[in-house]
Design a protein around this ligand. Sequence first.
Ligand code: AMP
Length: 445
Amino acid sequence: MALVDATRVRHIFAWGPREYYRMQFEDLRLVEPLLRAVRTARYVHPTPIQAQAIPLVLAGRDVLGCAQTGTGKTAAFALPILQQLSDRSARAARPAGRVRALVLCPTRELAQQIYESFRTYGRHTGVRQTVVFGGVNQGPQARALRAGVDILIATPGRLLDLMGQGLANIASTEILVLDEADRMLDMGFLPDLRRILTQVPRQRQTLLFSATMPPPIRKLAGDILHDPVPVQVARVSSPAPSVAHWVYHVEKPDKPTLLVRLLTQTPHTRALVFTRTKHGADKVVKRLVKAGVPAAALHGNKSQGARTRALGEFRSAQTPVLVATDIAARGLDVDDISHVINYDLTPEPETYVHRIGRTGRMGAVGTAMSFCTSQDKDNLRAIERLIREPLRRAADLLENGGLSPDPSRAIPHRALQPRTHSILPGRSPSKGSRGRRPSPVPAVS
Ligand code: AMP
């Protein structure tokens, strides 16, 4: 769990509603064991989504939450769930060996992250949680379930497997959470979700969180939520305001050279590069490594071990460049990603928002760079319509006759110009850049 210093916390509220700035966690009537855990995590004020959702969840209401990633959404549901389950009278009535709160999410990485958040916040409560996801041996997961858990965090496929073998019993679920619901639908989990929903009691509390609210999500919400309270902390599909958006007009054969150039000449803490395909991600990694840029790939064809290792080395900045498919676009909580690079522009504008959500988290400054070929122009327009601002145009490489030998022509941001310090792997640009809005940058002709 990342620790957040006071400067960052102040900045969250520089763009959050004023009244939340003054709010304390104590005002939310959280019990002492949770307040203690929150203090240890060095959270000073609840974020807007926490301030809104925690009292509602504690009051037993269903919630339909629309929130960007990086807004503190996990604690917004984890803290009140832990409080409800740690309540003594409720514990006394605990059915043996049965799950009481079930959290469903789309990817293994997100499941692991949510599990760690529950452990962090619940460390003084005695509430037991475990996580199950596919791609790994189910033995330890089955053992943890047999030992008894109160909270189960799961991806839908593995949960159904375990239920089929009689290893997971969700028939006593009191609270059901669907996190990143839009992503679960995009990944084709709707039939799995419907099967799981037939196994949980009708009488329950349900919380549904989604970064976007397209019609299929509204329909699902209408089917499974009871008189929900909508909670929204940002305009639907708006990227964090602290991210600067740049577009590079470049044709496909020139993309690798441009990427190498940007990564070798741009100070970055961690850069996340998105490709359309798994094969594309592997190819980009090969090219970067050949050019001396340490990079790793993260996509669905990698074994769970390789995915965990790639993510771990990215988190520690040992390998500060991660090349990923959209599996990494949502939910990943890695601090200090200074750059998101859309090597392949996505045809889905909402995916752009999710990808970009990996940087500029919790008020930090971030830079998004998108490569746009002549075939991507419609996609670019759709993205600009959705985020309601044009991407700033970097040197138009095509009009300027291909890649310029002068890298500064391709690098518009002052912060992106080569600096006097070398850009060694793991080196961070000054922490002082955190929390400031991106400064307006003159476009390079
Ligand atoms: P999430 O949106 O749940 O992925 O949270 C994003 C990041 O915000 C995580 O690193 C959390 O540790 C951090 N965080 C959550 N709540 C707070 C808070 N009230 N104050 C400061 N940081 C927080």
